[in-house]
Design a protein around this ligand. Structure first.
Ligand code: G1P
Length: 304
């Protein structure tokens, strides 16, 4: 593993930036996504992308780069100031609501860039190259929600800070679902303080059939990567679905610079899928301090 050759000081390992690919057309969620970005679909009381931006803020990210495309203006508006709305709320004494609206825009700095053609997740990350520059960064997929007090992104940042080697979050999935994910071939590489959660990646395969999957550890949609990934992406040819896959560039990175898989502590929802979205909505609503208890009673009273 190349941790000794990275030559980065602790300060050079600070992960300040995150890339959020948000250019996809959201075809899994039609018709809801015909005229609105999938990232703006609401889970309980917030658009999905706000959960992901909040995960970044709690993880210490200072600057988020959102890679958008056509029809995604609502995302920019959501993270911009809304003077008219804030004044309206303040004039009516709704000070807390006004502050909540303002906080959404003040969480972190956000920049936008566009992916002009739908050439794949890897291409979307490559589009952010200039804005990221020569420093490590996180990637968070907007339709994967991982609620909880200890964000997966923060866990990966801790691995990178300790080792200077990129790390991607993985979790176990049933064997029959491997065709929906990138799947890793890893060898156990326990080390304090991460213990058996840490694996050294030997290979990664994008969306393998169950019989070809090297394991049942799937890539979750959270990554912390060194800037070398951009060179790997630039060398990556179209793969699964004829798209430039981030997973294929990760394979090159793993071979050339090393890469950790980290079995993160937490649970994810694939909110880009209708059933996953419903599960996320129900479970996040049950935790809501305002109406979670009442909602639980309501669910208990349903006759199935
Ligand atoms: C993407 C990645 C895949 C990863 C998945 C997580 O696939 O390509 O490696 O496992 O996200 O949700 P997508 O779901 O965008 O097809």
């Amino acid at each position: 593993m190349a941790e000794t050759t990275q030559g980065k000081s602790a300060a050079g390992r600070k992960v300040r930036k995150a890339v959020l690919p948000a250019a996809g057309l959201g075809t899994r969620f039609l018709p809801a996504t015909k005229a609105q970005p999938k990232e703006m679909l609401t889970v309980v009381d917030k658009p999905q992308i706000q959960y992901v931006v909040e995960e970044c803020a709690v993880s210490g990210i200072e600057h988020i780069i959102i890679v958008t495309g056509k029809g995604k203006n609502a995302i920019e508006d959501h993270f911009d100031y809304s003077p008219t709305l804030e004044r309206f709320l303040e004039e009516r004494g709704k000070i807390e609501q006004a502050a909540m609206v303002r906080k959404i825009s003040d969480m972190v700095q956000v920049s936008y860039t566009r992916q002009k053609e739908p050439l794949g997740l890897g291409h979307a990350v490559l589009v952010a190259r200039d804005l990221v520059g020569d420093e490590p960064f996180a990637v968070l997929l907007g339709d994967v929600l991982i609620p909880g007090p200890n964000p997966a992104t923060k866990q990966l940042i801790d691995v990178y800070a300790a080792t200077g080697v990129g790390a991607i979050a993985v979790e176990e999935v049933p064997k029959e679902r491997t065709h929906l994910y990138g799947v890793i071939d890893g060898e156990s590489a326990p080390q304090p303080p991460f213990g058996a959660r840490l694996l050294r990646i030997r290979d990664v395969v994008e969306k393998p059939k169950p019989e070809n999957a090297p394991s049942n550890l799937a890539i979750t949609g959270r990554y912390v990567l060194p800037p070398q990934i951009f060179d790997c992406l630039a060398r990556t040819k179209p793969g699964a679905g004829n798209e430039i896959q981030l997973t294929d560039a990760l394979r090159i990175l793993a071979q050339e610079d090393g890469l950790w898989a980290y079995i993160y502590d937490g649970a994810s929802y694939d909110a880009g899928d209708k059933l996953g979205f419903l599960k996320a909505t129900v479970e996040i609503a049950l935790q809501n301090p305002e109406f979670g208890g009442e909602f639980r009673e309501y669910l208990k009273g349903l006759n199935f």
